[in-house]
Structures are given as structure tokens and as C-alpha cells.
Design a binder for this molecule. Structure first.
Ligand code: NOJ
Length: 707
């Protein structure tokens, strides 16, 4: 008999439910704590999995308790290691802006090593929810608006966290979350219901999850939300039939925090018994924090709502995950002290990731890099080390983080750098504005450090006005009124694109820094001084008005394309249709000309493909890295097609240097979900577009034919 068979045969119902229960260790709590008596629960076998334990000692102590239980089944310990554990990398949305899957993988690998050294086995990441609504605070946790990017991110993160083999002492089981369409809540309000079409699921929201599955992700977490009236935690169609049935996922499905009990609030379960039965029947193996399996499944068994086979199937999956993680062989294999060299290299990676995540949105008159001279650094985020961590900062501590001010002072030790916060991030206090603005008189250039605190994005952080909070706009007014002709550079820290068109119009340069992580200030100093060239691109369209939301490049064509000459066309009366900055926008200190787009051959059958190449020349005075995007559009299809991202690649060129970027494009990848939502290959003309962003006016175009 296998180890799992013997264990299942020996288990009591309480012990089985214990393996299906995850309780909190209380290091980070995002909802009501429903269960007390953690230690007793572990020791009795009634709790088999724990989240939110931070620290190798605590992890070891908890594990020891589990190994003293009757069946000595090791605990599974998980934490939200979203963008670094102790060493905090940029928030996922920021890191996406680097458009480099190798970097995405490298930061996940390092985060896994650091988390594993802290005794952890599992992370609740990556978040794969495509998000097109900056009101939604969790846009910070994902890779933005595009499903192709989401797929690339899914592959990179799963590979990075899981490191090729789950039983490695430095790996974590990854969790593809939140399955699915959680990123499209009504009006951007977290946890709100989602109404998306089956086609939108197939084209936009499911592909990143499919990519994670293909990369071997160990676990999946269903979303809190409902689709079409069915909460994901009870969605048999999407969990059991599609994820498990059609996609063949047989790993662990872990519920979100208290989500099974919340089926009662959703109005699909009358009590915890029904809630537990619905979740189990849908395929959820572990109940995180609702205690619903523990409280509800015994009665559900009696009522005939579930069978012991349903329970055993879930238990087996959990035990198998523990086995795959190597926990039965050596439950203490994770946990240890890392060397100073390893930690230093990780910090260096954090600096590189931060540098490559910060997007130069605007740079009029070459305001950046900074010329020599006195600097006034003004704003509530200038010296906000802790906020550099952004949302979900696991074991990250504020004192490890370098603020913008500290980074600049370190980089420019001989330069006069004046500083005033001016205002708080959020309060109504205007008393510091005059003193802040007065610094302009003594400076040659002004850096405004503005935006959101770390706590203003992430879970439960929807904002109806995703602009500058508090009195920051008043500070901007006062500074601009006093700046004279001096260069004013705005650095925006945020977990989302901020809707700040007036600010952008009035300053000389704008950097979207997101939350850059622990090396924020050093990375910013590298970019501001010109030691590094910005190369990041926004992975999400920046709206010019809240009323445009959702605004994204992959919109389907309309029968009435916008035309200023025709009133009855698809447009606003008061703002352009285009976002302020399109997907992919980002300037560098170089100046790249694109020429000679070629797609060969000019026709291909389904089994074949194309090579697309484009030549770039850096006409600017500085070396820089440029990201090139490849889009396609099926001109005439049975289902109206949007412009679709099919590739991105980066090239670094010296001043005056030219280089060619090439993409392989398989004809099969030009299929789309047909009328029955199955992949459909349709012969016809495909437009090939390549360039620096999704701004059509800047894309070179060629045509190929599918035969
Ligand atoms: C709730 C969040 O939705 C989820 O992403 C997270 O993993 C859990 N809480 C655990 O912290």
C-alpha cells in the first residue's frame, strides 16, 4: 500500500477534515480570525495546514506539533509571498513593466529561496487576474491588462517559485489565483460580482491560468467573486468541469480566506453545511479560514450531500502535495540561514528589478537625466521608506527600504538636496505646503514625490477617484506657482495607474515608479542621474479620465469607428477615446527609429509560421534598452477580432547603433476561440504590427496570409 493509501485508511473523519483545513498563524491576517486553539488543533490532527506563519523558528515549532500528532502528518505552511519575502522586489504590476520573463522568474526564484529559508512551503502567488480597471486596488498584484503578458508572467513565476522540482529545499509550491475573472469586478469594487461572457473568459481571463497549469503549478485558488451568479468557490462548471475535467488539473485547490463560509452571504448556501458541500463538490480541497469543512462536512455526509469518496479525494490531493514537497521525507528541509553573499546578490537583483520597472512617462525638453545643480525633493512620498514596499510585503520591513530621498543623498553626496514633505499622503492638513513650495527658490530642479501609500492598493483598496489623495494636488499647485522656469519632475508612487492628466500636463517629466521595493531610492537615483536609462513600459493603459475606464488596447472594433467628422460614431463628447498613455508606452534616454518591418514568408499554413523582423536605430545621445512589441490583427474573421499582443522583445543599442529584433510567430497562435469557443484556424489576411507601444500611429505594419 502506498503511504497515502495507508494514511487515508488510518484516518478518522476529524483527521481527514484537518488535512482539508488551513488556519492562520496570525502573522498577517486579511479577514476575521475564525479559529482559535491553533496549537491544540495541530497537535490533535484537526489542522493540517497553516497560513501566515513568518519565521523559521515559528515554522519549526508548528511542524514539531504536527509531527507529535497521532498520524505524524507534516504541516503545509503557506504565506503570501507576492513580490519578495524579506527582500522586497517591485510590486507585480511594476515588475511587469520590465517586460522580461527572465527577470520575472529570477525574482520569484529569489523570493522562494528566501521564503523557504524561513521554513515556508507554499506561496499564494502568482496572481493571474487580468485587470483593466485601475479603481480595483488589486491591479497592483497582477501583470496588467493583457492576457498574453499574463501567460508569460504565469510561466515565469511558476518556474521561479517552484524551481523545477517541488521537493527542493529552496522551492515553494505556487498558487495560481484568483481563478477566475476576479480582476473584472463591477465598477472596480473589490469582491463585487463579475459579469463576463464565456468568450471573455476564454480570450482574456483563462489563458494565464492555462499557462500556469502547463507550467506545472501545484495549486489554484478560486476567486472570492461570482461569475454569472455563481461564486467561484462553488463553481462546478469552471472548477470541476473546466479546470479539473477539461484542463486536467489534479493538484490542490485551496479556497480563498473564509470564502467557503461566504457562500452563505452570496446567497447560494443556506448554512455552513450546504456551503461546505458546494465547495467540496466543486473541487476545493482545502478550506482556508472558514472552518466550514470542519463544521459542515460531517452533517453534509449525513445529509447525503457529499460522500466519503469526495472527502478522501481531497485528502489524497493534499497528502500528495505534501509528498511532492518532500515533507514526509524531511519536514524540516526548508529553513536555514542564508549567507551574506546570497543576501547581497538578492539586494542587487532588487535594485535591477526596480530600475527596470520604473516607467518614464514624459520627458519634455530632456528634463531627465538631471543636470548638475541643487535639488528640492518635495512631497509626502520622498522619504517614505516603508511605502516603497507596496501592498503584500510578506516579511519585508520598512527599515530595509531605501526612500527616494535617501537614495539621492547617497548617490549625490556632494550635491545640495533640500527636502520637505509638504503634505501627508492622505490628510487634509495644508500647513506644510508653503514651506515645501518655498524650497523651489533655492533649487535648480524640483522633484515632486507623490502618490499613494502602500496601504492604498492591494486587497480591499478600491478607489473611485484614483488620483492624488489628500492635499497633494494643492502642493503641486503651490510648487508649480513657485517653480518659475525650473524643471519640475514628478515621481508617482502607486499600485495602479493614477488618473492625473493635469499634473502630467503641467510638469516637465513624469516617472511612474509604482512601489519599487526595498531598493527604490537607489534605483530612482540611478535613473534620475542617468547612470541607468529608463526602459520600462506600462503594462496597463493610463486613463485620462475615470469615465474612460475600462480602457485597454485590445478593444474589439466597432461598426462606427470614432470620427470627428461624424457625430454618430463611437466616442466621448468630452475626452478623446485614447488613454493618456497607451499600453507599452515608456520613454528611454535613447531615441529609437523603427524601420524595415518584414514578415516572411508572406503566407503560411496552420502547421507553419512566420519570422517577423524590424530594424531599430538609436538616434539619441545615450545608450538605452528598448522594448519592441509585436501585435497582430485578423482583418476579417467569423468573430470580430481586436489587435492582439503576440510578442515582446528587448534590444540595447549604443548611440548611432542599429540592430534587428526578430520574432517567431506560429500560424497556430493566430487561432482564436470560434463560435463554440474551441480554437479556430481561419484562413485570411493578418495584419502584423510592430513598434514601441500599442499606439497604432506608431506601429509599422505588414500583411501576411493564412492559408
Ligand atoms: C485573501 C486574498 O484574496 C488572497 O489573495 C490571499 O492569498 C489570502 N487572503 C491569504 O492571505
Amino acid at each position: 500500500m502506498s503511504r497515502i493509501d495507508s494514511l487515508v485508511a488510518a484516518m478518522t473523519l476529524t483527521e481527514k477534515l484537518g488535512q482539508m483545513t488551513m488556519a492562520t498563524g496570525d502573522s498577517a491576517v486579511t479577514g476575521a480570525v475564525m479559529r482559535t486553539g491553533l496549537d491544540a488543533g495541530i497537535a490533535s490532527g484537526a489542522i493540517g495546514n497553516v497560513l501566515n506563519i513568518a519565521g523559521a523558528d515559528k515554522a519549526r515549532a508548528a511542524q514539531r506539533l504536527a509531527l507529535e500528532s497521532r498520524l505524524k502528518i507534516p504541516l503545509l505552511l503557506g504565506l503570501d509571498i507576492i513580490h519578495g519575502h524579506r527582500t522586497i522586489f517591485p510590486i507585480p504590476l511594476g515588475e511587469t513593466a520590465a517586460f522580461d520573463p527572465l527577470l520575472w522568474e529570477a525574482t520569484a526564484r529569489e523570493a522562494a529561496k528566501e521564503g523557504a529559508a524561513d521554513g515556508l512551503h507554499m506561496t499564494f502567488a502568482p496572481m493571474l487576474d487580468v485587470a483593466r480597471d485601475p479603481r480595483w486596488g488589486r491591479i497592483a498584484e497582477g501583470s496588467g491588462e493583457d492576457p498574453y503578458v499574463g501567460q508569460a508572467m504565469a510561466r515565469a513565476k511558476v518556474k521561479g517559485f517552484q524551481g523545477g522540482r517541488l521537493d527542493g529545499a529552496d522551492t515553494l509550491a505556487a498558487c495560481a489565483k484568483h481563478y477566475c475573472a476576479y480582476g473584472a469586478p463591477t465598477a472596480g469594487r473589490d469582491y463585487a460580482t463579475t459579469d463576463v461572457t464565456p468568450r471573455a473568459l476564454r480570450e482574456i481571463y483563462l489563458p494565464p491560468f492555462e499557462a500556469a497549469l502547463n507550467a506545472g503549478v501545484a495549486t489554484v485558488m478560486p476567486a472570492f467573486s461570482s461569475i454569472d451568479g455563481i461564486p467561484l468557490s462553488a463553481h462546478r462548471g469552471l472548477l470541476k468541469d473546466y479546470l479539473r475535467g477539461k484542463l486536467g488539473f489534479d493538484g490542490v485547490i485551496v479556497s480563498d480566506y473564509n470564502a467557503i463560509a461566504e457562500l452563505i452571504h452570496h446567497g447560494v448556501a443556506a448554512d455552513v453545511v450546504e456551503a461546505a458541500a458546494l465547495a467540496l463538490k466543486a473541487g476545493i480541497d482545502i478550506d482556508m479560514m472558514a472552518n466550514a469543512y470542519h463544521d459542515g462536512l460531517p452533517a453534509a455526509l449525513q445529509r447525503g450531500l457529499v460522500t466519503m469518496t469526495d472527502i478522501d479525494t481531497a485528502v489524497r490531493r493534499v497528502l500528495r502535495l505534501k509528498e511532492q514537497l518532500g515533507l514526509f521525507d524531511d519536514p524540516y528541509r526548508r529553513g536555514g540561514v542564508e549567507s551574506a553573499t546570497v543576501l547581497a546578490a538578492r539586494r542587487q537583483l532588487a535594485r535591477e528589478a526596480a530600475t527596470r520597472s520604473i516607467v518614464l512617462l514624459k520627458n519634455d525638453g530632456a528634463a531627465l537625466p538631471l543636470a548638475e545643480g541643487r535639488l528640492a525633493v518635495i512631497g509626502p512620498l520622498a522619504d517614505a521608506a516603508g511605502d516603497m514596499r507596496g501592498c503584500w510585503s510578506a516579511a519585508g520591513v520598512a527599515s530595509d527600504c531605501v526612500s527616494a530621498l535617501a537614495g539621492l543623498r547617497f548617490a549625490l553626496p556632494h550635491q545640495s538636496i533640500l527636502y520637505a514633505p509638504g503634505v501627508d499622503i492622505e490628510s487634509d492638513d495644508e500647513s506644510g505646503i508653503a514651506a515645501g513650495a518655498a524650497l523651489c527658490d533655492e533649487a535648480d530642479a524640483i522633484l515632486l514625490c507623490l502618490g499613494e501609500s502602500a496601504a492604498m492598493s492591494g486587497e480591499a483598496c478600491s478607489r473611485a477617484h484614483p488620483g492624488l489623495p489628500g492635499k497633494q494636488a494643492a502642493l503641486v499647485d503651490a510648487v508649480l506657482a513657485r517653480a518659475g522656469g525650473k524643471k519640475v519632475i514628478a515621481i508617482l508612487f502607486s499600485g495602479r495607474p493614477l488618473v492625473v492628466p493635469d499634473l502630467v500636463a503641467r510638469v516637465d517629466a513624469v516617472l511612474a515608479a509604482w512601489a519599487p521595493g526595498c531598493e527604490a531610492g537607489n534605483a530612482l537615483a540611478d535613473l534620475l542621474t542617468g547612470r541607468a536609462s529608463p526602459s520600462a513600459r506600462t503594462p496597463v493603459s493610463w486613463p485620462r479620465a475615470v469615465g474612460q475606464i475600462p480602457v485597454f488596447f485590445g478593444e474589439r472594433p466597432t461598426g462606427r469607428p470614432a470620427s470627428s467628422a461624424d457625430h454618430y460614431t463611437s466616442k466621448y463628447l468630452d475626452v478623446p477615446n485614447e488613454p493618456l498613455f497607451p499600453f507599452g508606452h515608456g520613454l528611454t534616454y535613447g531615441d529609437f527609429a523603427y524601420t524595415g518591418l518584414q514578415a516572411t514568408p508572406d503566407r503560411a499554413a496552420e502547421a507553419d509560421g512566420f519570422t517577423v523582423s524590424v530594424t531599430l536605430t538609436n538616434q539619441g545621445p545615450r545608450a538605452a534598452g528598448e522594448t519592441v512589441f509585436l501585435f497582430t490583427r485578423d482583418k476579417v474573421a467569423s468573430i470580430s477580432r481586436p489587435m492582439e499582443l503576440k510578442g515582446f522583445s528587448r534590444i540595447t543599442l549604443q548611440p548611432g547603433e542599429s540592430g534587428t529584433v526578430s520574432f517567431s510567430l506560429a500560424a497556430r497562435d493566430l487561432r482564436f476561440p470560434g463560435p463554440d469557443l474551441e480554437p479556430l484556424y481561419e484562413p485570411g489576411e493578418i495584419e502584423i504590427l510592430a513598434g514601441p507601444s500599442a499606439d497604432r500611429a506608431r506601429l509599422l505594419s505588414a500583411t501576411v496570409r493564412l492559408v
